[in-house]
Ligand binder design. Structure first.
Ligand code: COI
Length: 422
């Protein structure tokens, strides 16, 4: 009797678990077929100008078209990246952080794919809430990806690693832009501001972003940063050239780039002139060309040949591979990255989030006591990616022993399509 009961129990245990495994395998095959289907579809990249034109004379029907464009375009864009993740060597996929990113994207892909058509303004409101939630859930993607790929660096050739990261990060920006733009259009429409052709903003795009104002905002925020105890002020920042230059652009993106470049210059100058009583200024030159807007950030921070830098060419600072930039695998760097990756909010992506963090930060860490943020080494590679997203370019020139010049060039007309690779 006892034996029979044992057998029955075993059978009852085994059968459901086998069945479950078979079901889960079948589901996996089905999901992968869906993934292939979506990944075989063409992307529909847009330019700033198209985003502005479409959003400028907004009607209910256009708003719903915008919602359904986001709803159908996002799963295609995510499917391409999921396929890239699946193509990574197993040793990479098993690194800390990578699986988390993969899960987040699978989940977002499934949710977008199943999301029903948006037919009414009320349904659009729900759709906006849904996308807001996803934006929030994906806040930790960059540090997780960065951690996973830093740990994978020994197993991937630097070209492959950088190409992969570049695609992941550029298309992430692109997805967030589409979603945030749609949310901003929906908010403006619900406040009755949908069809004002003189608006300075259309969705998240500033139709005539004043470069000088953006630079001044960044200077102001950065110079309010806590200083190391040995100093009483930051370098002066001089603006020259054509500060009133305007271009259609996403303010948050330009702010991010200028903020990071200027932060590097101010920090390098402070470090280089640690024993001097006065600091040389940082110079920002703005130029308006026929097709481009240029911004040069010039400092006397000693250039890139400082002894603690482990890179050999300035552009290696954009690389995520330890072969090009040995710091990527240094233990303290990985430790900082791990702690950021494990917080829900991840990196403070916008300038204002970074500033808010300084103001409220816990002053017990060494970086905080020095008056600086823990440096993750992501500001420059991310600035490079933001610069190229709508066809711009970022270049670094080092005058070793003297200083660094960084050149940012952005197309002025907003006609370049998003630079997203399939
Ligand atoms: C991301 O932030 O990584 C995204 O892809 C956002 C999207 C799911 C709304």
């Amino acid at each position: 009797m006892a034996t029979t009961r044992k057998c029955v129990t075993r059978v009852q245990r085994v059968v459901p678990s086998q069945q479950k495994r078979a079901e889960s395998t079948a589901l996996h095959f089905y999901q992968n077929r869906q993934l292939e289907l979506y990944a075989s579809r063409e992307l529909r990249p847009l330019s700033l100008r198209q985003l502005i034109f479409f959003g400028r004379s907004l009607t209910e029907s256009r708003l719903l078209t915008s919602a359904n464009y986001v709803r159908t375009e996002l799963p295609v864009r995510i499917a391409h990246r999921l396929r890239d993740l699946q193509a990574l060597p197993y040793v990479v996929v098993t690194q800390e952080g990578v699986a988390r990113v993969y899960e987040l994207y699978w989940s977002a892909f499934e949710q977008f794919r199943r999301y029903p058509q948006v037919n009414t303004p009320e349904e659009n409101k729900q759709f906006c809430d849904f996308t807001r939630r996803l934006l929030d859930e994906h806040a930790s993607v960059i540090p997780n990806l960065y951690l996973g790929l830093s740990l994978s660096s020994p197993y991937l050739p630097p070209e492959q690693l950088d190409r992969f990261m570049r695609k992941m990060l550029t298309t992430r920006i692109s997805r967030r832009v589409l979603v945030e733009h749609h949310i901003a259009l929906s908010e403006a429409y619900s406040k009755g501001g949908g069809s004002n052709p003189t608006e300075q903003h259309v969705g998240i795009i500033s139709t005539g972003l004043n470069v000088g104002d953006t630079v001044r905002r960044c200077i102001d925020l950065l110079r309010r940063r806590p200083l190391p105890s040995s100093r009483t002020c930051w370098s002066e920042v001089v603006i020259d050239g054509h500060p009133n230059t305007k271009l259609p652009y996403i303010q948050e993106h330009l702010e991010y780039i200028v903020f990071e470049l200027l932060k590097n210059s101010l920090d390098a100058t402070l470090k280089r002139h640690v024993r001097s009583t006065s600091l040389p200024p940082v110079r920002i030159t703005i130029s308006e060309g026929v097709n481009d807007v240029g911004i040069r950030v010039s400092d006397q921070g000693g250039g890139l040949s400082l002894k603690d830098l482990t890179i050999s060419r300035p552009e290696d600072l954009f690389s995520f591979s330890h072969v090009r930039n040995a710091k990527r695998l240094h233990a303290p760097h990985l430790e900082k990255l791990r702690s950021v990756a494990n917080t829900h909010q991840g990196l403070k992506a916008t300038v204002h989030e970074q500033v808010a963090k300084w103001n409220g930060r816990n002053a017990s860490t060494k970086d905080a006591q020095d008056g600086r943020e823990p440096r993750l080494g992501i500001g420059l590679p991310m600035s490079n990616i933001y610069s190229t997203y709508f066809g711009g370019k970022l270049e670094l020139m080092s005058l070793d022993g003297w200083g660094t010049d960084v050149y940012l060039r952005l197309p002025k007309l907003g006609t370049n399509l998003e630079g997203i690779e399939v």
